[in-house]
Write a protein that binds this ligand. Structure first.
Ligand SMILES: NC(=O)c1ccc[n+]([C@@H]2O[C@H](COP(=O)([O-])OP(=O)(O)OC[C@H]3O[C@@H](n4cnc5c(N)ncnc54)[C@H](OP(=O)(O)O)[C@@H]3O)[C@@H](O)[C@H]2O)c1
Length: 223
């Protein structure tokens, strides 16, 4: 039985990760920010829930300290989209800062507070996006969201060597365009299909594969 931590697990990809990891017999520590959401309907003794805003360093530390034993898989999943601004003049700087705080800084904060809970063989998953790829940025826009995921990718690569020395690998994941509140109703991929691919990628992850940037089905993504 693996011990799995998932942030932003009350809906969307995080909730489905929680369901599929539990179905495989794992111990899951799932966080929600305000509403328990879909976690409320899960009746499983291997699930523990924790109220957490990933920006709050004190609460992230309390969450990490509340877990007994080590963590095998840490999934930094919580994320927000931006204002979907259509032009530079529309960019709201305060909102852009919030997007970068949640999507780029908070996964690093969570990793920092959980570092002592990870051991050789543990895996960190950063829920990034194809939109963080600079070479894929053809249409522009989504300014803050794109920048936040590119920054997350670089934070991940900058932490990689240090973690590798401790036997800990890091997986930078694009879940696909997924039908969730964020992905919207036109997304071509169901949350079930995306998450079953993500879990395959996590299971096959080794220290030799650390720092790879792939989508849910294993296709590598250009930086
Ligand atoms: N859906 C896609 O097509 C797609 C594509 C590429 C990448 N991604 C990435 O995949 C991840 C999950 O996306 P999703 O589609 O499942 O999104 P979603 O349905 O909008 O869910 C986002 C989750 O993040 C949580 N969250 C947001 N801000 C938080 C904060 N400050 N503290 C704690 N939790 C917070 C939300 O909690 P609340 O309910 O409290 O808001 C919710 O549980 C995100 O990182 C996203 O960028 C998604």
């Amino acid at each position: 039985m693996k011990s799995v931590v998932i942030t932003g697990a009350n809906r969307g990809i995080g909730l489905e990760l929680c369901k599929q990891f539990l179905a495989k017999g794992n111990r899951v520590f799932a966080t929600y920010r305000n509403n328990v959401g879909g976690l409320e309907e899960i009746d499983n003794p291997n699930l523990s829930t924790f109220k957490l805003d990933v920006r709050d360093a004190t609460d992230v530390q309390s969450f990490a300290s509340s877990i007994e034993g080590s963590v095998d898989v840490l999934i930094n999943n919580a994320g927000v989209s931006d204002g979907r601004w259509q032009s530079i003049s529309e960019i709201d700087m305060q909102h852009a800062m919030e997007v970068i705080e949640v999507n780029s800084i908070s996964p690093v904060l969570v990793t920092q507070k959980f570092e002592s809970k990870l051991k050789s063989g543990s895996k960190i998953v950063m829920m990034s996006s194809l939109m963080g790829s600079i070479s894929d940025c053809m249409s522009g826009r989504s300014y803050a969201y794109r920048a936040s995921k590119t920054a997350l990718n670089m934070f991940s690569m900058a932490m990689k060597n240090e973690l590798e020395n401790q036997g800990i690998s890091i997986l930078i994941m694009h879940p696909g365009w997924v039908e969730t509140d964020m992905g919207g109703p036109n997304a071509p991929l169901s949350v079930e299909e995306s998450v079953s691919g993500i879990i395959e990628r996590i299971e096959e992850q080794t220290l030799e594969l650390t720092g790879r940037y792939v989508q849910f089905d294993g296709t590598p993504i250009e930086w």
